[in-house]
Unconditional design. Structure first.
Length: 364
């Protein structure tokens, strides 16, 4: 097997074992294989032979009186702020790690079984993305969610490796590549070579932190309370740079006046948004610089040539690529369909699932 085949590229991480082969051979009949990217904001699936499943918000609704979960995904998210006090809207992941185990299992079960395959699926085999460097407890939490949905086999794949495969670079990895995943709950930075992940960094600077900062700025500057969704919409509309020539400089939102208690509409400027989110962006830039400093010099030149690849929903922040290029001095490019790259990569890795060691063995 040549050095540059995708399987070889990722097999180092997975310690391919032949002991599973019979089980895998039997297991590959009558099961569905699914790539899973479970994120703080969204869960995205890639079902083998079917492709991407429309992402669902990583949100569930629970009735505290009956102790039952009763809604998930975008439907549950839309209930936020509109439910009686006995109903709780829960995000089972915070800062990209599972904080509500039962909730995460319920969410995964619903998305895998109900939303797409209408309950027809039994004992799927999963390849699940995990942030690089995640601790053992968190890996276990993901595996337990997989067990709870009856997964027959589960393989954990480091997100940067999934991203490389998702971008079609797994089979032909360049000498040095930097991938920055700007997610809803965290930012993941990794440098990869054809031998795997060389340096990685995880930080809690995130899209939802930016939304909170926008919400705070609007409250302080205009004395108006807005919701998280409105804050996110302002961030998406106005982006990272208020001096961009193209696109709107001002966006309207509605909220509640702190002074009068009445509903009001206001126009928020791109400068307001930049003021709110810049401290978070600058933390990310500092982390990128730190990772570059920790990168072996032999890989730096190719990173400069290939540029920094931006993935995750936050990569769609208007002007982020230009800002990173300017501040870091290395060109940054937004990947195609940046929010789905990890799930597509986990989906591509399904081709090799028979050869991967079952991570569920680590639970025993
Ligand atoms: N066009 C856009 N402009 C700016 N931000 C965006 C845009 N589209 C999505 N986002 C942001 O991307 C984030 C969600 O990204 P993503 O789906 O990659 O996160 P996640 O995978 O669920 O989270 P994580 O990987 O951090 O656990 C949200 O904060 C959302 O506001
Ligand atoms: Mg993510």
């Amino acid at each position: 097997m040549s050095e540059s085949t995708g399987i070889n590229f990722i097999s180092r991480k997975f310690r391919i074992s032949s002991q599973n082969s019979l089980v895998d051979w039997i297991g590959s009949f009558g099961t569905e294989d699914i790539g899973v990217d479970m994120g703080t904001s969204n869960t995205v699936l890639f079902v083998k032979h079917k492709g991407l499943v429309f992402p669902e918000a990583s949100v569930i609704a629970r009735n505290d009186l009956t102790k039952e979960y009763f809604a998930f995904g975008t439907k549950a998210e839309e209930m936020e702020g509109k439910t009686p006090s006995a109903v709780r809207i829960i995000r089972p992941l915070k800062q990209s790690v599972i904080v509500d185990y039962g909730g995460a299992a319920y969410l995964l079960n619903c998305i895998v079984n109900h939303s797409y395959l209408k309950g027809l699926l039994f004992h799927p085999r999963l390849i699940m993305c995990v942030p690089a460097g995640i601790n053992g407890v968190q890996r276990r939490a993901l595996l337990e969610a997989a067990v709870a949905i009856g997964a027959r086999k589960t393989v954990l794949i480091d997100q940067p490796l999934a991203a490389m495969m998702g971008m079609g670079l797994g089979k032909h990895p360049k000498e040095g590549t930097m991938v920055v995943d700007l997610g809803g709950g965290s930012t993941k930075i990794a440098v990869l070579s054809k031998h795997g992940i060389i340096v990685s960094h995880f930080s809690t600077a995130s899209g939802s932190e930016m939304d909170q900062a926008v919400l705070n700025t609007v409250r302080e500057k205009y004395h108006i309370l807005i919701g998280h969704k409105s804050a996110e919409s302002l961030k998406i509309a106005l982006g990272a740079m208020w001096d961009l020539k193209n696109g709107p400089q001002i966006a309207e939102t509605s909220g509640m006046s702190i002074v009068s208690g009445l509903p009001v509409k206001i126009a928020v400027t791109g400068e307001d948004i930049a003021h709110a989110i810049n401290p978070i962006l600058y933390r990310i830039f500092k982390d990128i610089r730190d990772v570059l400093q920790r990168t072996p010099p032999a890989l730096l030149q190719s990173i400069k040539e290939n540029g920094i690849i931006l993935i995750g929903g936050g990569a769609e922040l208007r002007g982020i690529d230009e800002l990173i290029s300017r501040v870091i001095g290395v060109p940054a490019h937004v990947a195609e369909r940046p929010s789905y790259v990890n799930a597509v990569g986990a989906g591509s890795a399904l081709e090799y699932i028979n050869e991967f060691r079952d991570s569920l063995q680590d639970l025993h």
